[in-house]
Design a protein around this ligand. Structure first.
Ligand SMILES: [Zn+2]
Length: 142
């Protein structure tokens, strides 16, 4: 029985559309639907926790290597020079989905590469574009 609706729980279970770059028994990483930059990825625990401050410590410990691995994959797969890593706690901080997630947001010293010339921040990319980005990151994670 489902006691509440959570988009990220649905994504973890494969019941909601998403572009998954990494998945194991405890954590899942998938592309943000409204990316700040191309390759903006979210890393979540498969178990539901509302936010960073209410998450079990062992889960926070366990997610750290996954975040780092995804950050490396995003940089390698997309040729990014850096990433921003962060998490928002509470509506006032900008949290929208109340299932703990860490943002991994690629950055380029010369700006977003020309191949993403149709990119508009916080606007959904086409499924084709999302899939190109997803596979580039997923391959870099292998
Ligand atoms: Zn959830």
């Amino acid at each position: 029985m489902k006691s509440f609706v959570c988009l990220f729980c649905d994504i973890v279970r494969g019941e909601a559309k998403s572009f998954v770059v990494y998945r194991d028994s405890d954590y899942t990483a998938f592309l943000d639907r409204y990316p700040i930059s191309p390759g903006h990825t979210l890393v979540v625990p498969n178990r539901h926790f509302q936010d960073y401050v209410s998450t079990d410590e062992d889960v926070l410990m366990g997610i750290q290597p996954v975040i780092r691995r995804v950050a490396r994959g995003v940089m390698k797969g997309l040729g990014a020079d850096g990433v921003r890593i962060g998490t928002n706690v509470g509506r006032s901080a900008g949290q929208v989905i109340f299932h703990l997630h860490f943002h991994v947001i690629p950055t380029w010293s010369k700006g977003i590469p020309p191949r993403f010339n149709s990119f508009v921040p916080r606007k959904e990319m086409s499924d084709e574009e999302f899939e190109i980005v997803r596979s580039a990151i997923a391959e870099a994670l292998m």
